[in-house]
Design a protein around this ligand. Structure first.
Ligand SMILES: [Fe+2]
Ligand SMILES: [Fe+2]
Length: 294
């Protein structure tokens, strides 16, 4: 089957070499521990995209167009996000042993990221991917807006634009599968809310744990350390999270008219509160709360 990539979606127009790391304003970032943890965690999650791509490719193996896009564009761009964030971390906080921390993250996280954690049908998985890309697009938008450091501001803006394009691709594939599978509006809504609710994510947890352990040798890690960090990150989202952008992106897959859409807003906004806890993990968890019973 001939593969024609839609022109509207395009590809990333930047590369790691375009980011002016040499212009980094160290004094604006060096002592910001919260931002350090956020950016380091994001670098781990992004650079592990080959694992997520493998799962999705397996799920959509019958669909040449989707597989081609996942391998040729999506994975490459997500890996570039990871590489660019890694370089930022290593430039801004040179004392941090990124490689050791990443090895620790990967060892734990790779055990829980498997294909059976995807949605029950192709259309519903595409809808769920829209949720994940909404999470990453809005997270990086927020990161760009709150950053007082110009290099991070630029990098986060570039990544956010990529995530919005990813959303558009997944949304187009969702439309195609919806016309075949014809899922009910209720099942789509359930898939969106489930995926949003599941993003109390293991990837964010294991990323934080790995960074914490390398930064605090000899100190035992407790889940309360992660909870304290998460609460601190949540303070950022309270004042800066682009709720309007998130809600619009999440309502689109439902195909709601504006009147019904407005009626749905409370439910969607409520789910977004859960979603913000992790600012856009890959949502490949089994939906269990691994923080409870700690
Ligand atoms: Fe990304
Ligand atoms: Fe993405």
């Amino acid at each position: 089957m001939a593969l024609v990539r839609p022109d509207y979606a395009g590809e990333a127009s930047w590369s790691v070499d375009d980011i002016p790391y040499q212009a980094l304003a160290y004094d604006r970032i060096r002592n910001d521990q919260r931002l350090f943890h956020i950016v380091a965690s994001a670098s781990f999650i992004e650079i592990t995209s080959d694992l997520y791509t493998k799962n999705l490719v397996e799920f959509f193996h019958h669909d040449d167009e989707v597989v081609d896009w996942l391998k040729s564009n999506w994975e490459r761009e997500e890996l570039q996000h990871g590489a660019a964030l890694k370089r930022y971390v290593q430039t801004a906080w040179p004392d941090f042993d990124w490689e050791t921390a990443y090895r620790s993250f990967l060892a734990e996280y790779s055990l829980c990221c498997t294909v059976d954690q995807l949605a029950s049908t192709k259309a519903l998985e595409m809808a769920a991917r829209c949720v994940v890309e909404t999470g990453t697009a809005t997270f990086y938008r927020m990161l760009s807006e709150v950053s007082r450091e110009p290099v991070l501001k630029r990098l986060a803006a570039e990544i956010s634009a990529d995530e919005v394009r990813h959303y558009k691709h997944f949304y187009r594939y969702f439309q195609r599968y919806r016309s075949v599978e014809q899922p009910s509006r209720v099942s789509i809504l359930r898939a969106l809310l489930n995926r949003a609710a599941e993003v109390e994510s293991e990837d964010a947890f294991y990323a934080f744990k790995a960074v914490f352990s390398v930064c605090n040798p000899g100190i035992e890690f407790h889940k309360s350390n992660y909870v304290a960090y998460r609460d601190s990150a949540m303070q950022l989202t309270r004042s800066h999270f682009p709720h309007g952008m998130a809600v619009k992106m999440l309502l689109k897959p439902l195909g709601l008219n504006p009147v019904v859409g407005r009626a749905m807003l409370p439910a969607i906004t409520s789910a977004m509160r859960l979603f913000m806890h992790s600012w856009g993990g890959r949502a490949t968890t089994k939906g269990r709360s691994f923080l409870s019973g700690a």
